[in-house]
Ligand binder design. Sequence first.
Ligand SMILES: [Zn+2]
Ligand SMILES: [Zn+2]
Length: 656
Amino acid sequence: MSIAEQADTVRVTLPDGSVREVARGATVRDVAEQIGPRLAKAALAAKVDGRVVDLMRPLEGDARVEILTEKNPEALEVLRHSAAHVLATAVRRVRPEAKIGFGPAIDDGFYYDFEVDRPFTPEDLETIEKEMEAVARADDPFEREAVDRAEARRVFAGDPLKLERLEELGDGETITLYRNGAFTDLCRGPHLPSTGRLKHFKLLNAAAAYWRGDESRQTLQRIYGTAFFTKEDLEQHLHRLEEARRRDHRLLGKQLDLFSIQDVVGPGLIFWHPRGAMVKWLLSRAVEDDNVASGYDLVYTPNITREELFHISGHLPLYAENQFPPMAAGAGEGEDVHYRVKPMNCPMHALIYRSNPRSYRDLPIRLSEVANVYRNERSGTLHGLLRVRGLCMDDAHIFCTPGQVEDEIFLCLDQVDRMVRQTFGFELDFEVSTRPDERLGDDAAWDHAEAVLQRALERKGIPFRVDAGGGAFYGPKIDIKFRDAIGRLWQGPTVQLDFQLPERFELEYTGTDNKPHRPVMIHRAIYGTLERFTGNLIEHFAGAFPVWLAPVQVVVIPISDDQAEAAHAYGRELREKGIRVEVDDRNETLNYRVREAELQKVPYMAVIGGREAEAGTAAVRVRGAGKKQEIVPRAELAGRILEQVRTRTLQVGFEE
Ligand SMILES: [Zn+2]
Ligand SMILES: [Zn+2]
């Protein structure tokens, strides 16, 4: 069809289904103008046939068009990527020699990579941020230009990183430049109409980063920032970042002397110091007590095993890369025998099930074990307590008949509710993951299992999302995330159905028909791992654990040496009643010692002066309540604390 024969208008279909005709070659912005001046003013970008483009993009054919404003999540990404260009513009003004790399939008903001002679200091970032404000004020339009390769090479002659990227673009690809003022980038876009649309942004930090994440390439300096459409959104985000920093479990872990990771032993392996170990022990005990009360049996299984076990279970060779390499066998065993440290407990529990003949009358059998397992995670992905190589799981496996699955799911959901939501105040978020394309088990089994999981949640009145196709190949699961005190979602408990392991281990029970049947296996953890859960708790409570979990519950402080004896006697008395107590009789001022106890986030300080020593009382201060104190008979304090421990209250202090 020749140009002369083409209609001179195109049909634009809007999201509400209405159709408009505009001149061929009209821009998306023209469409917005036609709809209304308010929309044209608010317009930032557009979606044309599902692809996000600039407002200045001409329409050469019929298309579905959606105008994007601040309200569309896609627009936020455009804003942030445009902010990255503004950042590079500013950096070039301050450091004209800076070579530019990539500058994408990311989850919470944006970054740009620069090759520079010296790293950026915090002062540099301030200067650059000021310069960005000037770039935004100038309100230069972002202009897109399609060029040929020769032209692009000319433009980026002084930018080797851009040239490298350019050479990767295929011959069929359109090469586009984006200009704003004096700055030009090799970029696919899209961008805001102009730099002036960037109003609320903040540079956060600079860090070294390898070019393209490749350790063999040069080190670049990456500047991170964030941008929002409103001042409120920006401030809220910065506040959250500040809170997250204040709550960082790695810093608090050091400050409160909870744990360490030591080079000589290796990354991702946790040393639980006395105070951290106390928290871990209390958590383990709490979940073990709940398990026993819920009808679980406790078991213990070996930490290493002949690797044959993982060939039976199917974890080898499939998951070999997540396991530590094999070890030679013990003396007297064949040379071809190898051992592995266990990365999970499931096959071990299957062996306990298989060790006896089982009848339907024995089911369900619930085996639980708080056990250490080891996974060979890449050292680069390790992060404090949240991502480790040595994991202590509060693991359990339930073996039951298909007809018992629903009741068992109820049991798991109740435990999660009790141990996670009620005990710690986490809000829970549920998701059911259903059958993936490649899977084990017939469709009837999947139909049944998926229906059971969803029905269990429905009957509990729990809202949930469905992740269609997100299940493991061996069964569907319920994933539970929890939301912490500052609104972050953490990966939490999982309830996983498994059709595979009972097959592979040939697990059986004798049914009412006197014939052998396969049991269903349910994997479930409440905390997940003690490491990650403790890390989450440290951040959730900002280190200020509830009374029942606080490693030290009371510090007894004698005002002077004259009361030291009384203080120690009181300390012994509390300890005998099961309260974790320290006596701080150091030769320091009262204020200093109270402040120390506050810094250590101890819930109660029992101050004993001359009067208190005589009267058998203590002046009790409460964590976070300042100088306020209550005179409490010594015998009474223990009772109050023990009651708070029994109920696992989140409250500190004794006011109603
Ligand atoms: Zn760009
Ligand atoms: Zn398991």
